[in-house]
Write a protein that binds this ligand. Structure first.
Ligand code: IFM
Length: 437
């Protein structure tokens, strides 16, 4: 059972989220090659070496897809544009077909009464820029600013909200320290640079969009609650280090112009020269704060090199991803983010949802969403200025290194026929969000 729209404050927005490479079909419409194509074609990186070449074929089926989103009584559609679709080489000549596509898509949302919530970068870095060092190269902030300008001159007049980067932790740590996402590096110097340059790119994009008069600009960070494994001071210290790297680095940079000392202990020696001089740009004011939340981790001390942390298997029920279900973490993050970082700005839960193998009857997904919406209600009751909740994801899609196996959609996608079939959770949400109450 999901709480009804009427059980949230007046004007609270419900949405759903997707991303370009995960649904569009990158082989279509003149998009350039991305580092995900390169990564996926390298044996061992992605389950069955699957790529986003066809994905959900949203590039051709976008109208049917927007109809499904609008029919679910949702208010907001959070989507992303692909840098390589707009600028196939990352810089230089734009791809007219790509710009036309996003133009049509945004008009399609507006026509259906959906608020377009744009993300400029959800991980498909053009390969030509990866060749130049990608996120390790400081110049990426300028390339990203130029891409932002090209795209926003075309659609910036109609988007309702914009965030430059989705989940900077994934761009920095997951991709350069853990090697799980493209470009698959495991290198602390690359990590320190990527974790700083991704925020520098955020700052440059905000600057460009302010200059163009684009309204309602925010930042989207993914957070993971870190609980110590046991009561020892060493476990508490390990969890605090994990929290500093995962959660506080990005919120601290964006809202305070400061990185946490616990993270700088390891990353500091590897940071690019004069990084401190960038912090004013990185922390230029934004209009809202987006949080993506899925799970928590139990963290133990580890004798190995910095950050001396190890993830321990926890006892809670899990999703198809193996992630523990822990809605309290969302409540606590909403309160902590407001108290320590966003300070009264509107907060949106820009992603929350679960992977589950159930094709059509998925009561566990409805239950997961219901538990997290209850956590949102508790946070609001305690004073958190939460103004919206977006479910990840509208469609089963390309789950990066895990290929097409992990299904997050409210709508089932048959990846052979590409037929879309709304799941029971889609219908439950549609009923809960009915505007007649
Ligand atoms: O599929 C991803 C998405 O691209 C970013 N946030 C988490 C989702 C689930 O892993």
């Amino acid at each position: 059972m999901l709480p009804a729209r009427a059980q949230f404050p007046q004007g609270f927005l419900f949405g759903t989220a997707t991303s370009a490479y995960q649904i569009e079909g990158h082989a279509f419409g003149g998009a350039g090659r991305t580092h995900w194509d390169d990564f996926a074609e390298t044996p061992g990186n992605v389950v069955r070496a699957e790529t986003g070449a066809r994905a959900c074929d949203h590039y051709h089926r976008w109208a049917e897809d927007l109809d499904l989103i609008a029919a679910a009584n949702l208010d907001v559609y959070r989507f992303s544009a692909s840098w390589a679709r707009v600028l196939p080489q990352g810089r230089g000549a734009p791809n007219p077909e790509g710009l036309d596509f996003y133009d049509r898509l945004v008009d399609g949302m507006v026509d259906r009464g959906l608020k377009p919530a744009l993300t400029l970068y959800h991980w498909e870095l053009p390969s030509a820029l990866a060749d130049l060092g990608g996120w390790r190269n400081r110049d990426i902030a300028g390339w990203f600013a130029d891409y932002t300008e090209v795209l926003m001159r075309r659609i910036g007049d109609r988007v309702w909200s914009t965030a430059p980067i989705n989940e900077p932790w994934c761009v920095g740590w997951l991709s350069h320290f853990l090697g799980i996402h493209a470009p698959g590096l495991r290198d602390i110097r690359a990590t320190a640079r990527a974790m700083h340059h991704v925020l520098l790119a955020h700052g440059r994009a905000i600057e460009v969009m302010r200059g163009l008069g684009v309204p309602n600009l925010g930042a989207v960070c993914n957070l993971e609650w870190a609980d110590p494994d046991g009561a020892s001071p060493e476990a508490a210290a390990a969890a605090a280090r994990y929290d500093a790297i995962y959660n506080r680095w990005f919120l601290g940079g964006i809202f305070h112009g400061e990185y946490p000392a616990l993270a700088l202990q390891g990353l500091g020696p590897h940071m690019p020269a004069n990084w401190q001089d960038d912090m004013a740009l990185i922390s230029a004011p934004v209009d809202w704060c987006g949080l993506n939340y899925y799970t928590r981790k139990l963290i133990a001390p580890d004798p190995g090199p910095w950050p001396h942390t190890a993830e321990v298997e926890g006892p809670l029920p899990r999703t198809q991803m193996g992630w523990e279900i822990f809605p309290e973490g969302l409540e606590w993050f909403l309160l902590r983010t407001q108290a320590e970082y966003s300070r009264g700005l509107p907060i949106f839960i820009t992603e929350n949802g679960m992977a589950s193998p159930s094709p059509f009857q998925d009561p566990e997904r409805t239950d997961y969403i219901g538990q997290h919406l209850a956590a949102v209600q508790r946070a609001i009751a305690q004073g958190a200025n939460v103004q919206g909740y977006y479910c990840w994801s509208m469609f089963d899609n390309y789950e990066w290194s895990l290929g097409y196996e992990k299904r997050f959609g409210l709508v089932h996608v048959d990846f052979d026929s590409l037929k879309r079939t709304p799941k029971a959770s889609y219908h439950a949400l549609t009923r809960a969000l009915a505007r007649n109450g």
